[in-house]
Design a protein around this ligand. Structure first.
Ligand code: FMN
Length: 337
C-alpha cells in the first residue's frame, strides 16, 4: 500500500497513461479489473487556459475511478501552474506532470520529455502546482533526453526537492522513443536512491512479469501501457488466453457501451473511437479476418453489435502467439488540439 497526502493506493499494477486509450471508459474497466488507480490521458495546459472544451472534457471521470491522477503537460511555468488550478477544480486526487512524451511537437517545444533538459523548470512546476492546488503532485519521466545525457538521478533529486509525491519512470530515453528495450537496471538504481515511491514502466507484458519486476527492482508499483490495450485482464493473474470468446465478447460490448455513454453523438462517433480497442481485443483470438474487415467498416452501432454476434468462434483461443506491439506508439493516437 502506498500513501501520500490523502491518497491511498492499493495494488501492484496500473494502467499507464495513454493518449487515445486511457479515457474514462477504459479507466473504469481497468480499475474494475485491478488497475491500482487511474491516470488520465495527457492534457495540454495551454489548451486548458484557453478553455478548450475537448481538453477539459478529458478530465471527466467517475468516482469509481479514484484515486484519479490528472496528467498535464506544458513548457511555461505560469501556464502550467495556472492551468493546474483549473484541473484542480475538477477534484482529482493527484496532478501528474508529463516529463516523458517523446513526440516532437511536444518535446521539442520544451514540454513532455523536453523538461528533462530543464529539470530546474520542472522542479519549479512541481512546487508551483503543489502550492497553487494543495494537491499531491507526481511526475512521469524518462531516463534522459538521449544516451549522452542520462540525468535521471539528478532529475529525481530535483523533483524530490520540489516536493514531488511519487515518480513514474519509463526506462528509455526520449531519443529512443519506443525502440530498443526499457532499462530496468536504471529504474532499480533510481529506486535504491529515491526517497519517494517509484513506479517502474517499460515493456511489461504480463501481470506475472510486473510482479517479478516489482520484486527484483524494488519498485513500488508497475505501469503497463501497450500490452494493456485490449487486455484489461492483465491487471490480475487471470489470463486473457484462458478466457472464452463469450467472456471476451462481453467485455468488448461493455467497453463499447461505456464509450457510447461517454461520447454521445447521433453518428455513433464512439464506435469509430472504439475500433482501436476492438482490434486489440480480438488479436490472437482466431477472429476471422473477413469479419474483422467488415466490422471495421461499420459506422452504425446496432449493425456492429449484430454483426459481432453473428461471428461464430470456438469458445477457446486458437492462437497464443505474442501480441505485436511494434506498430503502436505514443504518436499513434496523439492528436493535440
Ligand atoms: C498510444 C500511446 C499513448 C501514450 N500516451 C501517453 C500519455 O498521454 N502520457 C504519458 O505519460 N505517456 C504516454 N504514453 C507512454 C506510456 O504511458 C508508457 O510510458 C509507454 O508506452 C511504455 O510502457 P509500455 O512498454 O508498457 O507500453 C503513451 C504510449 C502509447 C503507446
Amino acid at each position: 500500500m502506498i500513501t501520500f497526502g490523502n491518497v491511498t493506493i492499493k495494488g501492484d499494477v496500473v494502467l499507464s497513461p495513454m493518449a487515445g486509450i486511457s479515457d474514462s471508459p477504459y479507466r473504469q474497466i481497468t480499475r474494475r479489473f485491478g488497475s491500482a488507480f487511474a491516470y488520465t490521458e495527457f492534457v495540454s495546459t495551454e489548451q486548458l487556459l484557453l478553455g478548450n472544451v475537448k481538453s477539459l472534457d478529458m478530465f471527466r471521470y467517475l468516482e469509481t475511478e479514484r484515486p484519479i491522477f490528472f496528467q498535464i503537460f506544458g513548457s511555461d511555468l505560469e501556464t502550467v501552474v495556472n492551468a493546474s488550478e483549473i484541473a484542480a477544480s475538477k477534484k482529482p486526487d493527484v496532478i501528474d506532470l508529463n516529463m516523458g512524451c517523446s513526440v516532437a511537437k511536444v518535446s521539442h517545444h520544451g514540454s513532455g520529455a523536453g523538461l528533462l533538459r530543464n529539470v530546474r523548470l520542472a522542479g519549479a512546476m512541481i512546487e508551483g502546482i503543489r502550492k497553487k492546488t494543495g494537491l499531491p503532485v507526481t511526475a512521469k519521466i524518462r531516463l534522459g533526453w538521449d544516451s549522452q545525457s542520462l540525468n535521471y538521478l539528478e532529475t529525481v533529486k530535483v523533483l524530490e526537492g520540489a516536493g514531488v509525491s511519487a515518480i513514474s519512470v519509463h526506462g528509455r530515453t526520449k531519443a529512443m522513443a519506443y525502440s530498443g528495450s526499457a532499462d530496468w537496471n536504471a529504474i532499480g538504481e533510481i529506486k535504491s536512491k529515491a526517497t519517494v515511491p517509484i513506479f517502474g514502466n517499460g515493456d511489461v507484458a504480463t501481470f506475472q512479469e510486473a510482479l517479478e519486476k516489482k520484486k527484483k527492482f524494488g519498485v513500488d508499483l508497475v505501469l503497463i501501457g501497450r500490452k494493456a490495450i485490449g487486455n484489461p485482464w492483465i491487471f490480475s493473474d487471470v489470463k486473457k488466453e484462458n478466457k472464452t470468446w463469450l467472456e471476451i465478447k462481453d467485455v468488448i460490448l461493455e467497453h463499447l457501451d461505456l464509450m457510447l455513454n461517454f461520447y454521445p453523438s447521433e453518428d455513433d462517433y464512439a464506435l469509430i473511437l472504439f475500433r482501436k480497442h476492438f482490434i486489440r481485443y480480438i488479436e490472437n483470438t482466431g477472429f476471422p479476418d473477413e469479419s474483422k474487415r467488415e466490422l471495421l467498416q461499420i459506422t452504425n452501432v446496432n449493425q456492429f453489435k449484430d454483426r459481432l454476434e453473428s461471428v461464430s468462434m470456438d469458445s477457446r483461443f486458437l492462437e497464443t502467439s505474442e501480441i505485436n506491439n511494434e506498430n503502436i506508439n505514443c504518436e499513434t493516437f496523439v492528436s493535440l488540439v
